[in-house]
Design a protein. Structure first.
Length: 478
């Protein structure tokens, strides 16, 4: 029975252990999708895992994710951009940027943006792109910007490529959304073409109306001529067949005359109406041409007014504003220099006062120390005996002799001429002179101190002597 219970328990514990091990292993195993890269750093250095997985050892390694997804944000400088013509325009664009997929670019991007939030990263990239956009717009005219947006986008991508590579990024696309200006330069730019198109359309309409009128008059005239010819043939046939009917012919002639009169009157009216209509159409064409010329002159006047206003603003921006800024800068520098001199004078005064107090304290302490040293030295001198005094004199003799012979040490070269006079010949002459100089030291001491060496030594206690001790006070005298 014991064996039957032990087997399930062992099997259950084994399964639990295996599940625990697999859970720990699964927790340590980190995976990176195709849209991100894992940056692992720690004891084994820095590693990059993209599109796979790896085991992260706790306490010795740390892991962070770097997104490789496409970043889309607006590039819209708040300030106006000035074109090559000096026209201020406002531009809104959209940029598509991502971290490049090669390991070196991922490593560079991690160095630049791994700890930054997405809005901080986009802010840095936006500043770089707005600066390049300002430089490109300054090299182009308004017409090029409006009519060739793809050229602007190509220039932007090529210009930003180096800076983006340094950050491990690449520009996927750059698109201009809107170009506008406050002075209606872009609006007025198309007005000459619009006026020309309207003028051509009106001229074409007038010419079409004229051709229609001409065709209508020609067709009416042809119809009248054909009808008249038909009537004439019919009357001739009737006259040939009805020669005996005079009254009928007379009535027919009267009607024919009346009809011809009416026809000619109608023809004359039609011709007159055609001439009047032609004159009216010609007057309308001339009137439209005059209106087009007037519109062109008004557009030219507006353009000239805009140019005058731009030149005034340019004069203000290039002459008056820099002069005002320079004046303010000079005033600010002068005030800053004055404050600096005041602070420097105050600091120098404080430093001088503190230095004087410190030097006085040093001098006082030095004098006090020297006084104490002199008192101690005087007490020590009181304890000197004959041996000590002799020792001081003998140990001081080398310094005196060295000082006396110091001029000889300044000589670079000595030439000795021997005359053959026994002991005074050659180098012995030089050493003998030095010995005689040393023998003069006691006499020099006696001359400077005014005291004989024998008298000085007689006043010094002999070796082994001790100064008398003071007698103890008698009892009762305390």
């Amino acid at each position: 029975m014991f064996d039957q219970m032990t087997v399930p328990i062992v099997a259950g514990l084994t399964v639990l252990g295996l599940l625990f091990f697999m859970g720990v292993l699964a927790k340590l195993f980190r995976k990176a999708g195709p849209h991100e890269a894992l940056i692992i750093y720690g004891l084994r250095g820095t590693r990059i895992v993209k599109g796979g997985g790896t085991i992260i050892y706790p306490m010795i390694e740390q892991c962070r994710e770097l997104s490789l997804e496409l970043m889309s944000f607006d590039v819209a400088p708040q300030q106006s951009l000035y074109t090559k013509q000096g026209v201020a325009v406002t531009i809104e664009a959209v940029a598509q940027i991502k971290v490049k997929s090669d390991p070196e670019s991922i490593r560079t991007g991690a160095e630049q943006f791994l700890t930054k939030r997405p809005e901080q990263r986009e802010g840095l990239i936006r500043l770089v792109m707005e600066g390049h956009l300002r430089g490109i717009i300054g090299q182009l005219t308004v017409e090029q910007i409006v009519k060739e947006p793809e050229m602007v986008a190509d220039r932007m991508r090529s210009t930003c490529a180096d800076d983006m590579n340094k950050m491990g990024l690449e520009v996927i696309s750059f698109t201009l959304k809107e170009v506008r200006d406050k002075n209606e330069y872009i609006t007025n730019m198309g007005r000459p073409d619009i006026a020309r198109i309207k003028r051509d359309a009106e001229v074409a309409a007038a010419e079409a109306d004229r051709d229609i009128a001409i065709k209508r008059a020609e067709s009416q005239r042809a119809a009248a001529v054909a009808k008249a010819q038909a009537d004439q043939e019919r009357v001739a046939a009737e006259t040939a067949s009805l020669t005996k009917q005079a009254e009928a012919e007379r009535d027919l002639d009267i009607k024919k005359a009346q009809y011809l009169e009416t026809t000619k009157r109608a023809q004359a009216q039609a011709d007159k109406a055609y001439e009047i209509e032609s004159n009216v159409q010609q007057q309308q064409v001339i009137l439209q041409a005059v209106r087009v010329q007037q519109a062109e002159r008004e557009a030219q006047v507006k353009v000239q007014d805009a140019e005058i206003a731009r030149r005034e603003r340019e004069l203000i921006a290039t002459v008056l504003k820099p002069a005002e800024i320079e004046r303010q800068r000079i005033e600010t520098l002068a005030e800053a220099e004055r404050q600096r001199l005041i602070k420097e004078a105050e600091g120098n005064a404080s430093a001088t006062r503190a230095q004087g107090e410190a030097e006085a304290e040093i001098i006082f302490k030095k004098g006090e120390a020297e006084a104490k040293a002199m008192n101690v030295k005087a007490e020590a001198y009181q304890e000197y005996n004959q041996a000590a005094v002799v020792d001081k004199l003998i140990t001081g003799l080398p310094e005196v002799v060295r000082a006396l012979s110091e001029p000889l040490s300044k000589i670079d070269k000595v030439t000795i001429v021997s005359t053959g006079n026994g002991d005074a010949a050659g180098a012995y002459k030089l050493t003998g002179d030095i010995t005689r100089i040393a023998a003069q030291v006691p006499a020099l001491f006696e001359a400077l101190s005014g005291m004989q060496m024998s008298d000085l030594l007689s006043k010094v206690r002999l070796i082994g002597d001790k100064p008398p001790k003071p007698a103890p006070p008698l009892p009762g005298n305390s």
